[in-house]
Design a protein around this ligand. Structure first.
Ligand SMILES: Nc1ncnc2c1ncn2[C@@H]1O[C@H](COP(=O)(O)OP(=O)(O)OP(=O)(O)O)[C@@H](O)[C@H]1O
Length: 340
């Protein structure tokens, strides 16, 4: 569990105060994969550095597994930090050490015995799919393999929390996907809480269950990924969501609409069950309306389908109202719009 309560962080530079965080509160429960997204300079790195106490808050508190970090003595803090693993955009591997020795670093620092280290590292090599790379050096690995080493090293001391700082930003889309799958497996098999900071909404879409959107040192929107993706309120969130859910209506359709004014337009949103039901089919069969599907898009988030559709309905007003009520009764969110 990770919690930030009204955290402020300022940096003093050349007599100037830079407010990187201006009162941030969030809570990631045990087992969450919590994504923090924002543009450059929003404060994401500062936030994640506060969680492992590389930085201290100017005010406010950071809790890890229920305990406020500022209450610990330095030796207690070292113990807490062992429960937090971290992976980085540029992997931060030691070039002069083999894959095996890189993964072993935290265990050597914890003064574990040789046999225990061998067993644990062998297990991690297997888990991350690197068994045949134990004796290789980082320069002999691809970016994805390097990140797997970073992940294995972060897991070596059995953390309860894994922090990921733009961990896939240097990777191509396919490698990104395989690393995200690995993170998901870590979360599921080891029940590790994961916090990911990223500027890519695709990362949030693929594995996070919760998300916070940051801008200028503040969280402007947060919640379940499905809720935030389905109903982004803030303009910045909307522009992030649009990078993965392409629900803007093609220009050719907009032209058609102008030519057919006088018909009623509806924007529909399907979430989960409603999306897979033959709702539109039943609408057409049971109501005296002409239905024209102008645009439809389905996206899979958290194993749930999120769909957007724009319908034009033509018929008498009362019948169209009935058709709209039918859609509502089927769990479809429906809004009448003047234009798309
Ligand atoms: N050590 C520091 N000293 C001075 N200013 C800092 C320091 N660390 C961060 N800042 C400032 O705090 C603000 C937030 O930076 P931060 O790195 O947390 O943003 P970010 O969202 O992670 O951006 P990016 O994705 O570019 O890394 C920026 O204005 C940055 O210049």
């Amino acid at each position: 569990m990770i919690e930030l309560r009204d955290v402020h962080k300022s940096f003093e530079r050349k007599g100037q105060s830079i407010q990187a965080l201006k009162g941030v509160s969030l809570r990631a429960e045990k087992g969450d994969i919590y994504g923090v997204i924002g543009y450059s300079g929003a404060g994401k790195s500062t936030l994640i550095r506060l969680v492992n106490y590389l930085e201290r808050p100017t005010s406010g508190q950071v809790f890890v597994d229920g305990e406020p970090l500022d209450q610990y003595s330095p030796s207690e803090l070292r113990q807490v930090k062992k429960r937090i693993g971290m992976i980085f955009q540029h992997f931060n591997l030691l070039e002069s050490k083999t894959v095996f020795d890189n993964i072993a670093i935290p265990l050597v620092l914890l003064k574990k015995g040789k046999e225990e280290i061998r067993e644990r590292v062998t297990e991690l090599l297997k888990f991350t799919g690197l068994s045949d790379k134990a004796g290789s050096y980082p320069k002999e690995l691809s970016g994805g393999q390097k990140q797997r080493v970073g992940i294995a090293r972060a897991l070596a001391s059995n953390p309860s929390i894994l922090l990921c700082d733009e961990a896939t930003s240097a990777l191509d889309p396919q490698t990104t996907s395989s690393i995200l799958e690995l993170l998901k497996r870590i979360n599921e098999e080891y029940n590790i809480t994961i916090m990911i900071i990223t500027h890519e909404m695709g990362v949030i879409q693929q594995i996070c269950n919760k998300v916070a959107v940051m801008e200028q040192g503040l969280i402007i929107e947060q919640g379940n990924v499905l809720e935030v993706f389905g109903n982004p309120r803030h303009a910045t969130t909307q522009s992030f969501v649009q990078t993965v859910i392409h629900n803007s209506v093609p220009q050719s359709v907009i032209h058609t609409l102008k030519a057919e004014s006088g018909r009623r337009l509806f924007r529909l949103k399907f979430v989960g069950g409603a999306a897979s039901e033959p709702v539109i089919n039943n609408l057409i069969r049971n109501h005296e309306v002409n239905v024209n599907i102008l645009f439809a898009n389905m996206t899979e988030i958290q194993n749930t389908t999120l769909g957007t559709m724009i319908l034009q309905m033509n018929g008498d007003n009362g019948t169209i109202d009935q058709a709209a009520s039918y859609l509502l009764s089927q769990g479809v969110e429906i809004t009448e719009v003047d234009k798309v």
